[in-house]
Design a protein around this ligand. Structure first.
Ligand code: TRP
Length: 450
């Protein structure tokens, strides 16, 4: 139960934890790749617009529901719906979150496991002087070994379980207050190195000079989805974290800080990665391979490359860990609350199940024995269902519930007691702008209407 004994000890810790959740593989690995595919500057601009116009209002609503409910996502929704005299069916927001986050974590942990593998490779000096061929072979060797991928996935999941199992004060706070500052320092050092060693001019013009002719309806919707994923909204993670937020914390202010930090890290990641990509003639849109396969080659050719490379993969692992914590938390909060299982045990049970489901993702990437279901890998199905259905629907329901079904008095109390401009802007966005925009993304994914 999210009673006072497990509240965040301070506002700062909550902000750190939420930033930790938002900043992850989505920013450092996925954002540059999607920006590359989406044509650079124009995608970046639209993405930033969506973060602040849609992501932030929905995040405020999600945090509000959690703080109002004071429990795990499903139970919080049960409580708030009852308080507001609404149907118990609204619990679906909590349930889709718990289940969605569980499935996202199952593959997130596998990708994070790859990162751990590269930390190990960097630490043992295996990346020193690596060539393009050697690097390709190394990545291939990883994909050829389901056992190795499973071990790395298991290791990452075990660390996540350990941190979540120790609880808000014992685990999350230590992780976020110590790891987040390290992450920022590493990233900034990385950007400075990269701008000096790589092709800074090309990278900056790629990221910041928009070419709107490259934008399509699909890219716009892609940017909307990426904004959601990157901010960790729509799957109950912020609902779970919201239940730990002290009453005197301003949710709009927090959401803006979280979103700014998240966007900042995405941009910094772009500035760390693209100068290298351009200087070494790498492919902007090479997907999962971009970081794992080609960056070590670039690192190997640079002065201080081995330090550089090791720092990069450590940074990525830390970022992934503070995100995976928030993906396990909704389920653990629920198990603890409904089954009365102690937090540590809940984390082991939830993480253990998630580990087993993650093996499906291992065999999705394995270039030895691989599994397909209905023509797609299990990973493709999980990714498609969570990103394209569960998250936009979750965000849409959160916006509709907060904007239309909650009493104005309640939302005023939670969001902005003065009922001033901040409240009015938020209320308008969550009532009109967010539902319309989210309906569009949902319709696009469901029926390919554009
Ligand atoms: N935002 C994280 C990232 O960018 C991923 C993540 C963590 C997430 N928790 C979430 C995504 C909850 C959606 C919902 O890597």
């Amino acid at each position: 139960m999210a009673a006072s004994n497990v509240s965040w000890s301070s506002r700062t810790t909550f902000i750190f934890a939420a930033i930790g959740s938002a900043v992850g593989l989505g920013n450092i690995w996925k954002f540059p790749y999607e920006a590359g595919e989406g044509g650079g500057g124009a995608f970046v601009l639209i993405y930033i617009l969506f973060v602040f116009a849609i992501g932030v209002p929905v995040m405020i609503a999600e945090l509000m529901l959690g703080r109002r409910g004071q429990h795990s996502p499903p139970k919080s929704m049960e409580i708030v719906a009852r308080e507001e005299g609404r149907s118990q069916l609204w619990q679906v927001i909590g349930w889709s979150g718990v289940i969605g986050a569980f499935f996202v974590l199952s593959f997130y942990s596998v990708i994070a496991g790859w990162t751990l593998f590269y930390v190990y490779q960097a630490a043992t000096g295996a990346l020193n002087d690596i060539t393009a061929i050697g690097s390709g072979a190394m990545f291939n060797a990883l994909l050829s070994s389901p056992v190795l991928m499973t071990i790395m996935h298991g290791l990452f999941m075990a660390i996540t379980v350990f941190v979540v199992g120790r609880g808000v004060k014992g685990g999350l706070e230590v992780a976020v207050t110590w790891l987040m500052p390290v992450l920022f320092v590493l990233l900034i050092v990385l950007v400075i190195f990269s701008l000096q060693t790589g092709d800074a001019g090309e990278a900056i013009s790629f990221l910041f000079s928009p070419d709107f002719s490259k934008l399509t309806a699909n890219t716009i919707l892609q940017a909307l989805g990426q904004a959601f994923f990157s901010l960790s909204v729509g799957l109950g993670a912020m609902l779970a974290y919201g239940s730990y937020v002290p009453k005197d914390v301003s949710l709009p202010r927090s959401a803006v800080i979280i979103a700014s930090a998240d966007t900042g890290v995405a941009i910094l990641s772009g500035l760390a990665i693209f100068p290298i990509v351009f200087a070494f003639g790498l492919q902007v849109g090479s997907g999962p391979g971009l970081i794992f396969e080609t960056l070590p080659v670039a690192f190997a050719q640079m002065p201080f490359g081995s330090v550089f490379g090791a720092a990069f993969f450590i940074l990525l692992s830390i970022a992934a860990l503070t995100s995976s914590i928030s993906l396990l938390e909704p389920m653990v909060a629920w198990l603890e609350e409904h089954k009365g299982i102690a937090r540590a045990k809940s984390a082991v049970v939830g993480g253990g199940l998630c580990f087993l489901v993650g093996i499906l993702t291992v065999f999705s990437f394995s270039n030895g024995p691989a599994v397909t279901v209905l023509g797609k890998t299990p990973f493709d199905h999980i990714d498609f269902l969570t990103n394209n259905w569960v998250m936009p629907l979750g965000g849409l329901l959160i916006a509709v519930f907060a904007g239309w079904l909650m009493a104005r008095k309640t939302t005023v109390e939670e969001v902005d007691r003065s009922e001033g401009a901040i409240y009015r802007v938020w209320h308008f966005m969550v009532r009109y702008l967010c539902p319309v925009a989210l309906s569009l993304i949902f319709l696009q994914f469901a029926f390919k209407v554009f």
